[in-house]
Design a protein around this ligand. Structure first.
Ligand SMILES: C[S@@+](CC[C@H](N)C(=O)[O-])C[C@H]1O[C@@H](n2cnc3c(N)ncnc32)[C@H](O)[C@@H]1O
Length: 190
């Protein structure tokens, strides 16, 4: 496939596919319709594990069906639970954790991620990362909660100690103010 820098989602997928190896453990913090969960299940292979979270039962069901159809359901543990409670269920270390913030496309816009709970989940994910593990977050400014999350994430991730994490913020400069953005934090080797 041609290497085409075209979106925050493309960047996130590119980073995840480099960071994950067969046998690894990964987290999908916002399961939605399961596209990211399926992508992670394929990357970790038969011996890997993917923990996925969403607060909506419909999201969990859609994801379960998608993984079943693809023959990879046994690689995943699906939780109808807020990602702020991931630490209770995930056995680390994890090689990658992905957040695709906002609401379910085609779903109820009121059920959106919110900074208060996103922050708790991001803190847990950072603690669960193993050496060189990556946290990848797609954020969607352009609506009030998305703007708030993007601003708070920028401040929070900028303050992470550089001795422990390398942090990147990808933004398409000519794509307009509401364009999705990608944040990445990689834990240092040791
Ligand atoms: C943009 S969608 C995710 C899309 C998904 N990654 C995919 O591949 O289809 C965001 C999801 O976050 C979920 N969400 C909102 N608050 C949450 C929370 N506290 N914990 C986990 N998921 C949450 C929403 O229900 C929604 O399904």
């Amino acid at each position: 496939m041609a290497y085409e820098l075209r979106s925050a989602r493309f960047l996130a997928a590119d980073i995840l596919s480099r960071a994950l190896q067969p046998g690894d453990t990964a987290i999908d913090a916002t399961m939605g319709n399961g596209h990211d969960t399926l992508f992670l299940c394929r990357l970790v292979g038969e011996t890997g594990r993917v923990y996925a979270f969403d607060v909506q039962a419909a999201a969990v069901e859609n994801t379960r069906k998608r993984l079943l159809d693809a023959g990879v359901l046994s690689r995943a543990a699906l939780y109808c639970l807020g990602h702020e409670r991931m630490a209770e269920n995930v056995r680390g270390p994890v090689s990658a954790a992905v957040f695709n913030l906002g609401w379910l496309p085609g779903g109820d816009h009121a059920v959106t991620t919110r900074w208060e709970t996103t922050k708790k989940a991001v803190e847990s994910a950072l603690r669960l990362l193993g050496p060189l593990g990556v946290l990848v977050i797609c954020a969607y400014p352009g609506h009030p909660e998305g703007d708030r999350e993007r601003a708070a994430l920028t401040e929070f991730l900028s303050a992470l100690p550089p001795q422990q994490y390398n942090v990147l913020h990808h933004r398409f400069l000519n794509a307009g103010p509401g364009a999705p953005e990608c944040f990445v934090a990689q834990k240092q080797k040791g």
